[in-house]
Design a protein around this ligand. Structure first.
Ligand code: TRP
Length: 329
């Protein structure tokens, strides 16, 4: 069975785009592949979070994954920092990672541009740590968004470089895993583009009703249909796309018809959409809350995930140590 692996940095909550995109696919994949899903808390240290925030965010993401249906018995769900084997492989991979090539990665160049005051070595070697994450479980499929494809390519380069250097076939090639057409793209509320956390155009699973309503009521629209059966503008199309995933088909039809014959009132459309989003997210938010406060359950999940992840990681690491020449006498 092929191994799938994906990590998420614990910075901020999951939005509807994450939910209908990555998370739904993880849920499907967990029964079909040998899946590793983890919280990349070491990676998040590049921005120096304070300890309380770091801890709260790790618990939040973990609770959100569990509330959405990621099943710790069907996959290996773990916290990166609980698996020291990853740090050791990162150290070893660093010896064959060249500063020049790391300086040329897009994400690094972007970070320098945005945060010239904090260009730390962790940032430079971020892709090396990500490569260690991936190849320590010999993962071949890495479901990531476009912005992360280069990091997966770097992981593949380091896997091959290691194999070549020692003339072994230790690591299989990891590849970005695009789930293609079944990936629903959820648009943001600002009229163009997809929902993303940095754009502030998103609605979160863990967001209260008042805040959701406020955001939806402020969503970008247009001047309204001028002629019958006119084509939808992008902001309106986006609101309908959201309706597609949270509203009843007849609700959507009602507003589509109203648009076609120019009787639509965007205020009503938004009010309905807000209600339907709230109805959709409320049970999930309640579940997140319950899990977040169930320390005994979380502890059990973390212990199980750590055990499974370390067993797999340790197996690879023993092999790597011996290949490099660290032999037990
Ligand atoms: N860099 C990824 C992000 O910012 C998170 C991540 C860390 C990751 N390690 C990974 C993703 C390994 C896939 C595989 O989204």
């Amino acid at each position: 069975m092929e191994t799938v692996l994906s990590g998420i940095r614990p910075t901020g909550n999951l939005h509807l785009g994450n939910y209908f995109g990555a998370v739904q696919n993880f849920i499907k994949m967990q029964s079909q592949y040998n899946c590793f899903f983890f919280i990349a808390d070491w990676h998040s240290l590049t921005t120096h979070p304070n300890p309380q925030d770091l801890y709260a965010n790790v618990i939040q993401v973990l609770s959100e994954y569990l509330a959405c249906g990621i099943d710790p018995n069907a996959c290996t769900l773990y916290i990166q920092s609980e698996v020291p084997e990853i740090a050791e492989l990162y150290l070893l991979l660093n010896m064959n990672a060249y500063v020049g090539e790391l300086e040329r990665t897009t994400t690094f160049k972007e970070k320098i541009r945005k945060h010239p005051e904090n260009v730390n070595a962790g940032l430079l070697t971020y892709p090396v740590l990500q490569a260690a994450d991936i190849i320590i479980h010999k993962a071949t499929k890495v479901p990531v968004g476009k912005d992360q494809e280069q990091n997966v390519e770097i992981a593949r380069k380091y896997a091959r470089r290691f194999n070549h250097l020692y003339q072994v076939e230790c690591f299989p090639d990891p590849h970005p895993f695009n789930f293609g057409e079944n990936l629903i793209k959820i648009p943001g509320l600002d009229g163009s583009g997809k929902m993303g956390k940095s754009d502030g155009n998103g609605i979160y699973l863990y967001e209260d009703a008042a805040s959701i309503r406020k955001k939806v009521m402020r969503a970008v629209t247009d001047a309204g249909p001028q002629t019958k059966n006119s084509q939808l503008s992008e902001p309106i199309q986006n609101l309908f796309t959201l309706m597609n995933v949270v509203s009843k088909p007849e609700t959507r039809e009602f507003f589509t018809d109203a648009y076609a014959n120019c009787t639509i009132r965007y205020g009503d459309l938004k009010e309905q959409l807000a209600q339907d989003i709230i109805a959709f997210t409320t049970p999930i938010r309640e579940k997140i809350d319950a899990i977040k406060h169930d320390t005994a359950y979380l502890k059990k999940v973390i212990t199980l995930g750590t055990e499974k992840a370390r067993e797999s990681a340790n197996k690879t690491l023993q092999e790597v140590r011996s290949i490099i020449g660290f032999k037990k006498i």
